[in-house]
Design a protein around this ligand. Sequence first.
Ligand code: GGG
Length: 326
Amino acid sequence: MTHEIAVIPGDGIGREVTPAAVDVLEALEIDFEFVEADAGDAVREETGEALPQETYDLAASADATLFGAAGDTAADVILPLRTAVDSFVNIRPAKAYPGIDAVRPETDLVFLRENTEGVYAGHEDRLTQDVSTLTRVVTESASERLAEFACEYVDGDDHDGFSIVHKANVMRETDGLFRDTVVSVADEHGVETDQVLMDAFATRVCLDPDQFDVVVCPNLAGDVLSDLAAGLVGGLGLLPSANVGPDRALFEPVHGTAPDIAGQGIANPAATIVSAAMLLEYLGYDEKSAAVHEAVEATLENGPRTPDLGGDASTADVTAAIIDRL
Ligand code: GGG
């Protein structure tokens, strides 16, 4: 059976790390058909459109999508691409790897981020030159869909429950609805939850990440707090993610375009290659997925490493070392 994989490198280091992940997938001798498409700042410059219709349609029909990064056009690219796969949850594991100099080596977290609404899908207006507004939507149905997924996730993966991170003491109607809905679904499923205000979470996770395991949160909080967790484990070059919908999914590193190092061939490909390992698991290739995870882990531990991790290797060196270890 052939799997059609949409490959959308985007901009900046997305153009370097996405081909690296495709090289790893190609080395596994699975029947993949990779179809590449444009999105992001460069294609907008050329055509006026950051997300051409054919790219959207490809993501909406492919068996899975591998995406790199978007910069200034993030709102015009990432959010619609997630809609194309009807992705209601963004899974962001944040774990420390052996041998990597991490601020908190005991970190082992999974963020389950609401992916369709909240501030990122809100409506912004510039009322006057010096006044702007943002209207944010939170619905019971989206919160329920995420909570159902979280309950299945903790059951299937043998976790004790999950933490709900919100700011419902201030945003009573929006985060309040989110919190109440998630608690109610978890109660129906007999899944244990605790609640942490998002500001308190930011402090507590830095001081003692071990007290958390699976974290369920609204869209913006999930984006910000998972980047914070990246800081605890050694940097954004290490965090993969999966945007999962009922029938399709899109995989991307958590990091953006990194304009400061783009074009130099030194971007860390680990986050995108681990995202590809998540893609393999999603398509049912559990053993191959585990092999990629192990090869990445061994490479991070023993080298070569890119400069963000203190090494002097290139993206190509690290990718070749991972493929050698498969
Ligand atoms: N690879 C994902 C990417 O381009 N991240 C940059 C960004 O702005 N992300 C926002 C988000 O994940 O919602």
